[in-house]
Design a protein. Sequence first.
Length: 256
Amino acid sequence: MRNMILALLPLAALLAAPVAHAQGGGDQAGVEMTVAERDAFRAEVRDYLLENPEILNEMVKILDERQKARTSQTDQQLVAANADELFNDGYSWVTGNPEADFTVVEFLDYQCGYCRKAMPEVTELLESDGQIRMIVKDFPILGPGSELAARAVTAAMITGGPEAYERLHDVLMTAKGQIADESLDRVLREADLDPDTIRPAMEDPEVDRRIDRNRALAQELAITGTPTFVFQTDMVRGYITLADMRQVVEELRGTE
């Protein structure tokens, strides 16, 4: 409905405005229609649209295509301007094939239902392709539980390295219910991590620095929701199926 309204705005402006016409050759161009002429013109346009309503669908389709093209171009510019922070920050968890020359970045929140839904599909993409480097950016935006989880996995990375991060990442992404302080010790033990080590590390200023950098990067990229993916040069905002992921990768590889 919103796109239909946007598509009709230029038409509405045309019908509302006085329309110039030429009389007696080119010298009289710019003379406004009379009220009667304008009413007749409006009636003709209305009748034509009623007889050919499919034109409105064509207008909406063209508007959507133009908006997507503009958004894609803007996103590519944002990715290019922030490429070093995206792909080489030196602290984010890297999985898949670290030596691959095709990179996917995911901004995620551990309480995000669509992030959890996408996890097995992302895993299948990495395992079936074998030539993708995956970077995870913790971006807690869904409340205290999200913040708690992000601090825990960041502390796990600092104290135990990528293996510790991965174990906790997997547990958090499959945990049932909300993430809370009361259940954190159980989650940590399930990931084979010592709460007495992780909890103090969660207060390390380095944890704040890393999460703050992710938030600042998300702001630069105009990311407001999770999951958000960056496929090499293009950004995909929101959940995407495995089939669509593969299509994006194939298309972008074809342009390299």
